[in-house]
Design a protein around this ligand. Structure first.
Ligand code: FES
Ligand code: FES
Length: 223
Protein backbone atom coordinates (compact mmCIF):
# COMPACT_ATOMS: atom_id res chain seq x y z
CA UNK A 1 0.00 0.00 0.00
CA UNK A 2 1.44 3.31 -0.94
CA UNK A 3 1.86 6.06 1.63
CA UNK A 4 -0.05 9.26 1.10
CA UNK A 5 1.81 12.52 1.29
CA UNK A 6 0.27 14.91 3.81
CA UNK A 7 -1.03 18.09 2.21
CA UNK A 8 1.54 20.85 2.20
CA UNK A 9 0.87 24.03 4.10
CA UNK A 10 0.63 26.94 1.66
CA UNK A 11 3.97 28.66 1.84
CA UNK A 12 4.07 32.13 3.33
CA UNK A 13 4.59 34.96 0.85
CA UNK A 14 8.29 35.51 0.28
CA UNK A 15 9.71 38.77 1.53
CA UNK A 16 12.04 40.67 -0.66
CA UNK A 17 15.61 40.69 0.65
CA UNK A 18 16.49 43.68 -1.46
CA UNK A 19 17.97 46.36 0.77
CA UNK A 20 17.97 49.97 -0.27
CA UNK A 21 20.83 52.29 0.64
CA UNK A 22 18.44 54.23 2.90
CA UNK A 23 17.60 50.98 4.72
CA UNK A 24 21.32 50.31 5.05
CA UNK A 25 22.04 53.81 6.38
CA UNK A 26 19.11 53.54 8.75
CA UNK A 27 20.54 50.26 10.02
CA UNK A 28 23.99 51.82 10.34
CA UNK A 29 22.45 54.74 12.17
CA UNK A 30 20.71 52.47 14.59
CA UNK A 31 23.89 50.46 15.09
CA UNK A 32 26.00 53.57 15.62
CA UNK A 33 23.34 55.06 17.83
CA UNK A 34 23.24 51.89 19.86
CA UNK A 35 27.02 51.79 20.11
CA UNK A 36 27.57 55.44 20.99
CA UNK A 37 24.36 56.61 22.53
CA UNK A 38 22.55 53.66 24.04
CA UNK A 39 25.07 51.81 26.15
CA UNK A 40 22.28 50.59 28.40
CA UNK A 41 20.43 48.75 25.61
CA UNK A 42 22.48 45.61 26.03
CA UNK A 43 21.89 45.57 29.77
CA UNK A 44 18.84 43.93 31.33
CA UNK A 45 15.83 46.24 31.43
CA UNK A 46 15.77 46.54 35.20
CA UNK A 47 19.50 47.33 35.23
CA UNK A 48 19.05 50.03 32.56
CA UNK A 49 16.24 51.58 34.54
CA UNK A 50 18.36 51.52 37.65
CA UNK A 51 21.00 53.81 36.09
CA UNK A 52 19.05 56.47 34.14
CA UNK A 53 21.58 59.19 34.88
CA UNK A 54 24.68 57.30 33.79
CA UNK A 55 27.14 59.67 32.10
CA UNK A 56 27.26 59.27 28.31
CA UNK A 57 30.37 57.48 27.10
CA UNK A 58 31.12 60.06 24.39
CA UNK A 59 32.02 63.63 25.41
CA UNK A 60 29.55 66.10 23.90
CA UNK A 61 26.61 63.71 24.01
CA UNK A 62 24.44 65.13 26.74
CA UNK A 63 21.81 62.43 26.92
CA UNK A 64 21.37 58.73 26.44
CA UNK A 65 18.25 56.94 25.23
CA UNK A 66 16.01 56.83 22.19
CA UNK A 67 14.80 59.67 19.97
CA UNK A 68 16.32 63.05 19.13
CA UNK A 69 19.57 63.82 20.93
CA UNK A 70 21.27 67.01 21.91
CA UNK A 71 24.82 66.98 20.63
CA UNK A 72 27.66 69.44 20.31
CA UNK A 73 29.69 69.71 17.14
CA UNK A 74 32.89 71.65 16.64
CA UNK A 75 32.59 73.26 13.24
CA UNK A 76 35.00 75.82 11.80
CA UNK A 77 36.39 76.54 15.25
CA UNK A 78 33.03 77.10 16.92
CA UNK A 79 30.90 74.85 19.10
CA UNK A 80 27.33 74.32 17.92
CA UNK A 81 24.59 72.70 20.01
CA UNK A 82 21.87 70.99 18.06
CA UNK A 83 19.24 68.32 18.42
CA UNK A 84 19.34 65.53 15.85
CA UNK A 85 17.89 62.10 15.25
CA UNK A 86 20.49 59.33 15.56
CA UNK A 87 20.07 58.71 11.80
CA UNK A 88 20.87 62.33 10.84
CA UNK A 89 23.91 62.49 8.60
CA UNK A 90 26.60 65.08 9.11
CA UNK A 91 25.62 66.59 5.76
CA UNK A 92 22.01 66.99 6.91
CA UNK A 93 23.16 68.49 10.20
CA UNK A 94 25.33 71.03 8.38
CA UNK A 95 22.83 72.00 5.71
CA UNK A 96 19.46 71.66 7.45
CA UNK A 97 20.28 72.39 11.09
CA UNK A 98 23.14 74.88 10.80
CA UNK A 99 22.48 76.41 7.36
CA UNK A 100 26.05 75.68 6.28
CA UNK A 101 25.12 74.93 2.69
CA UNK A 102 28.57 74.95 1.10
CA UNK A 103 28.78 71.15 1.22
CA UNK A 104 26.48 69.88 -1.53
CA UNK A 105 24.30 66.82 -1.79
CA UNK A 106 25.26 65.50 -5.19
CA UNK A 107 24.49 61.80 -4.84
CA UNK A 108 23.76 61.07 -1.16
CA UNK A 109 25.67 57.81 -1.49
CA UNK A 110 29.39 58.47 -1.37
CA UNK A 111 29.95 58.56 -5.12
CA UNK A 112 30.67 62.19 -6.04
CA UNK A 113 32.59 64.00 -3.28
CA UNK A 114 30.41 67.12 -3.43
CA UNK A 115 29.59 66.81 0.28
CA UNK A 116 33.23 66.63 1.42
CA UNK A 117 34.33 68.25 4.65
CA UNK A 118 37.47 67.94 6.71
CA UNK A 119 37.23 65.81 9.85
CA UNK A 120 40.34 66.38 11.96
CA UNK A 121 42.07 67.50 8.76
CA UNK A 122 41.09 64.49 6.62
CA UNK A 123 38.50 64.71 3.85
CA UNK A 124 35.35 62.68 4.51
CA UNK A 125 32.06 62.38 2.69
CA UNK A 126 29.58 63.93 5.06
CA UNK A 127 26.63 62.16 3.40
CA UNK A 128 28.03 58.86 4.69
CA UNK A 129 28.84 60.00 8.20
CA UNK A 130 26.32 60.31 11.00
CA UNK A 131 26.29 63.60 12.86
CA UNK A 132 26.82 61.73 16.15
CA UNK A 133 30.03 60.26 14.71
CA UNK A 134 31.49 63.77 14.38
CA UNK A 135 31.06 64.55 18.08
CA UNK A 136 34.44 65.24 19.66
CA UNK A 137 36.11 65.91 16.29
CA UNK A 138 36.96 69.13 14.47
CA UNK A 139 34.82 69.63 11.38
CA UNK A 140 35.96 72.12 8.74
CA UNK A 141 33.58 72.99 5.94
CA UNK A 142 34.21 74.97 2.78
CA UNK A 143 32.99 78.03 4.70
CA UNK A 144 35.82 77.52 7.19
CA UNK A 145 38.39 76.96 4.46
CA UNK A 146 37.28 80.08 2.59
CA UNK A 147 37.77 82.13 5.77
CA UNK A 148 41.15 80.60 6.61
CA UNK A 149 44.10 82.57 5.23
CA UNK A 150 46.19 79.37 5.08
CA UNK A 151 44.01 78.26 2.16
CA UNK A 152 43.70 81.67 0.47
CA UNK A 153 46.15 80.80 -2.28
CA UNK A 154 44.28 77.60 -3.09
CA UNK A 155 40.88 79.32 -3.18
CA UNK A 156 42.27 82.17 -5.30
CA UNK A 157 43.81 79.68 -7.74
CA UNK A 158 40.42 78.03 -8.35
CA UNK A 159 39.04 81.48 -9.25
CA UNK A 160 42.06 82.52 -11.30
CA UNK A 161 41.95 79.32 -13.34
CA UNK A 162 38.22 79.57 -13.95
CA UNK A 163 37.92 76.05 -12.56
CA UNK A 164 34.18 76.26 -12.03
CA UNK A 165 31.46 76.03 -14.62
CA UNK A 166 28.21 75.31 -12.76
CA UNK A 167 30.27 75.28 -9.56
CA UNK A 168 28.36 72.46 -7.88
CA UNK A 169 31.40 70.24 -7.36
CA UNK A 170 33.81 73.04 -6.46
CA UNK A 171 33.32 73.17 -2.65
CA UNK A 172 34.10 69.46 -2.47
CA UNK A 173 37.03 69.87 -4.86
CA UNK A 174 38.52 72.63 -2.71
CA UNK A 175 38.01 70.59 0.46
CA UNK A 176 39.61 67.55 -1.20
CA UNK A 177 42.52 69.70 -2.40
CA UNK A 178 42.98 71.17 1.08
CA UNK A 179 43.14 67.66 2.56
CA UNK A 180 45.66 66.67 -0.11
CA UNK A 181 47.85 69.69 0.66
CA UNK A 182 47.67 68.90 4.37
CA UNK A 183 49.23 65.54 3.56
CA UNK A 184 51.48 66.58 0.71
CA UNK A 185 52.28 70.29 0.29
CA UNK A 186 53.94 69.75 -3.10
CA UNK A 187 51.86 67.22 -5.02
CA UNK A 188 52.61 66.28 -8.61
CA UNK A 189 49.83 66.26 -11.22
CA UNK A 190 49.54 62.51 -10.68
CA UNK A 191 49.26 63.05 -6.91
CA UNK A 192 46.47 65.58 -7.49
CA UNK A 193 44.59 63.25 -9.83
CA UNK A 194 44.86 60.47 -7.28
CA UNK A 195 43.98 62.76 -4.36
CA UNK A 196 40.83 64.00 -6.11
CA UNK A 197 39.87 60.65 -7.57
CA UNK A 198 36.66 60.49 -5.53
CA UNK A 199 35.50 63.91 -6.74
CA UNK A 200 33.39 64.08 -9.87
CA UNK A 201 32.79 67.17 -11.96
CA UNK A 202 29.84 66.77 -14.29
CA UNK A 203 31.00 69.83 -16.22
CA UNK A 204 34.35 68.08 -16.82
CA UNK A 205 36.61 70.87 -15.62
CA UNK A 206 39.08 68.44 -14.10
CA UNK A 207 42.06 69.75 -16.13
CA UNK A 208 41.48 73.30 -14.86
CA UNK A 209 41.03 72.04 -11.30
CA UNK A 210 44.32 70.15 -11.47
CA UNK A 211 46.04 73.20 -12.94
CA UNK A 212 44.63 75.37 -10.15
CA UNK A 213 45.99 73.07 -7.44
CA UNK A 214 49.35 72.91 -9.20
CA UNK A 215 49.50 76.69 -9.41
CA UNK A 216 48.54 77.07 -5.74
CA UNK A 217 51.39 74.82 -4.69
CA UNK A 218 53.98 75.96 -7.16
CA UNK A 219 54.19 72.50 -8.69
CA UNK A 220 53.35 73.51 -12.24
CA UNK A 221 50.54 74.78 -14.37
CA UNK A 222 49.90 78.34 -15.51
CA UNK A 223 49.96 81.00 -12.83
S1 FES B 1 26.78 63.68 -1.85
FE1 FES B 1 28.24 62.68 -0.60
S2 FES B 1 29.58 61.71 -2.04
FE2 FES B 1 28.00 62.56 -3.27
S1 FES C 1 31.79 72.75 -12.32
FE1 FES C 1 29.84 71.82 -12.65
S2 FES C 1 29.98 69.90 -11.67
FE2 FES C 1 31.97 70.69 -11.56
Amino acid sequence: MSETTPPQEPSAPRRSIRTTRRDFLRGMGLAAGAATMLPSLSAPADEAEATPDAAPATPGLRETGRGPRKIELRINGQTHSLTVEPRTTLLEALREHLQLTGAKNGCDRGACGACSVLLDGEAVQSCLLLAVEAVGKEVTTIEGIAADSRYARLVDAFCAHDAAQCGFCIPGMVVGSAALLNRNPHPSAADIREGLAGHLCRCATHPKIIAAVQAATGTGGPT
